[in-house]
Design a protein around this ligand. Structure first.
Ligand code: XIL
Length: 337
């Protein structure tokens, strides 16, 4: 895959440190990918054991593996709001003692982490998921927003730039293929640019499902290009379930029933068609420099647990590591006459 798309964009996967120690998985990654992202190992809950106490063990293992195979590394993610299941991207210690203390800790944390990976990580998702999902407000009311207001984004980008003048700085978000969400994200980006805040690109997560189309994706890529920014597709996967919004509410109601091991072939075929349409679209945008899937095989996808526990199959390789119809479809985009 990386060879097929060389010269257009890097082909990436989200990986964890254990994969780099599994010979079969390591070979699969080295063969197909020119970029990796740490699924969790570079998030605050993995690195910061407390204020000023950092553990880079897993992240460094991923970096060593990538460097040994000449694979580029996307940094993900310096600032995020997610706090669930003991995975606290915004740990409590950041927020003790009020605004100025929080601001100082955020700057100190970013300086330490970006400096640690300086010269190794070619870009950072500086802030992840800053835009609101709803039309009536621009900013997600995250813990960071509550503590620092919209300034937290500017603070983070300036701190990252100060620690590494060469790494590319991204604002990353999901649902950028939906017009209302894209409008909020662009309002944030435009405000940052008006203030001279250093930002190089927009990351489009693209957690999609087999019934989605590509029109919204095209609009998001074009809006980014129009602002002189780089596009990255950062977390692509295509769920074999199409769920109503209620499935993503806290009640998690109305989600499609689990197929278990009996996945209908027509869902995988539809998934393959969407993957092909997306990669054909990606290849049309010279500003798109990186495309990453969120995982390598279906066995390591987060969608087995989100939004509910259920057997999903959203990636290009099946649970045994064999290429799926989606893989063949993506390969054929560039090889077919
Ligand atoms: C997910 C990981 O895949 C899970 O292992 C973890 O439990 C939660 O985070 N958007 C992002 C990613 O930006 O960092 C998330 O990754 C998926 C959604």
């Amino acid at each position: 895959m990386k060879d097929l798309y060389a010269g257009r964009f890097t082909i990436g996967a989200a990986i964890d440190a254990a994969m780099t120690r599994d010979p079969k998985m390591a070979a699969l990654i080295a063969r197909h990918y020119s970029s990796v992202t740490a699924t969790n190992a570079m998030k605050a809950y993995a690195i910061a054991q407390g204020e000023g106490r950092y553990d880079f063990t897993d992240a460094d293992a991923i970096v060593a593996f990538a460097q040994a195979h000449a694979i580029a590394i996307r940094g993900h993610a310096l600032v995020w709001h997610w706090n669930a299941g003991g995975q606290n991207a915004a740990p409590d210690w950041f927020f003790e003692g009020g605004r100025e203390a929080t601001r100082r800790r955020l700057e100190t944390y970013i300086a330490a982490v970006v400096t640690h990976f300086r010269g190794k990580v070619f870009c950072w998702d500086v802030v992840n998921e800053a835009a609101s999902d709803t039309q009536d407000e621009t900013y997600r009311k995250s813990r960071w927003f509550e503590a620092l207001g919209p300034d937290y984004i500017e603070i983070a980008f300036r701190a990252a730039r100060a620690a590494d003048p060469d790494t590319l700085l991204f604002l990353n978000d999901y649902d950028t293929e939906r017009p209302a969400k894209l409008a909020n994200l662009l309002a944030i980006v435009d405000a940052l640019k008006a203030k001279g805040v250093p930002i190089d690109g927009i990351g489009h997560q693209l957690h999609m499902n087999y019934r989605d189309g590509i029109d919204g994706v095209r609009a998001a890529l074009e809006a980014t290009s129009a602002r002189g920014l780089i596009n990255h597709v950062t977390e692509l996967d295509i769920s074999i379930y199409a769920d109503p919004p209620s499935c993503y509410s806290s009640a998690r109601t109305g989600c499609e029933a689990d197929f278990g091991a009996a996945i209908p072939p027509e869902r995988l075929a539809a998934q393959a068609r969407l993957y092909a349409a997306l990669f054909a679209e990606f290849a049309r945008h010279p500003t798109l420099k990186s495309v990453t899937t969120w995982g390598v095989t279906d066995a390591d996808s987060w969608l087995d647990g989100f939004p509910i526990a259920r057997t999903n199959a959203p990636l290009l390789f099946d649970r045994a590591g064999a290429p799926k119809p989606a893989f063949d479809a993506v390969a054929q985009i560039l090889t077919a006459p």
